[in-house]
Design a binder for this molecule. Structure first.
Ligand SMILES: [Zn+2]
Length: 178
């Protein structure tokens, strides 16, 4: 169940926050519908709904069909979520995230690190620390060994989580059963 929220959060960060998620949810529940209806159901402004829809359209995650309103003569756009595409999109982003995690994990496992307790952003490999005689590049202070077991543990946990998510069926919001 937690995966569902993580997927939403990941999509939200990509498509513009919580409002984007409301739009996706509204679309998943509505089937085929207009931007007006989506905006109302998602409780967002029409412009916001449109912006999200255009972004989704750019990634082929929604389809759009045009018809003409017989009374006003204006075009009406009917939007529909592409659940398979959305699922593939989420998966491909997860796979990329997993690759990044694995690369980092290998790097952490394969090296020893030294850091400066004064300058929190200074953290180098043993090899680099040797080069500078274990002096910090920021304050010239003595660098100390950095135990990265917790970092490795965290990266391993995250990797496992992503691996299990990737072996799961499509997320609930993708199938419209929200
Ligand atoms: Zn320093």
């Amino acid at each position: 169940m937690g995966n569902h929220h993580d997927d939403l959060a990941r999509l939200a960060s990509f498509f513009g926050g919580e409002e984007a998620i409301s739009v996706v949810k509204a679309l998943a529940q509505a089937g085929t519908t207009t931007d007006d209806v989506i905006a109302t159901q998602a409780n967002v402004r029409l412009n916001t709904a449109r912006k999200v829809l255009y972004k989704l359209y750019d990634h082929a995650l929604v389809t759009c069909q045009r018809s003409r309103d017989e009374k006003t003569g204006w075009f009406i756009y009917h939007w529909k979520l592409q659940p398979d595409q959305l699922d593939a999109f989420v998966r491909s982003r997860k796979k990329k995230a997993l690759e990044t995690l694995r690369t980092r994990l290998e790097f952490e496992k394969g090296h020893s690190f030294f850091m400066c307790k004064e300058c929190l952003n200074v953290r180098v490999t043993f090899e680099d620390a040797m080069e500078s005689a274990f002096r910090c590049s920021g304050c010239n202070g003595q660098m100390v060994s950095d135990d990265n077991r917790k970092t490795i543990q965290l990266l391993e946990d995250l990797s496992r989580k992503l691996e299990s998510e990737l072996s799961d069926r499509p997320a609930a919001f993708v199938t419209g059963k929200v």
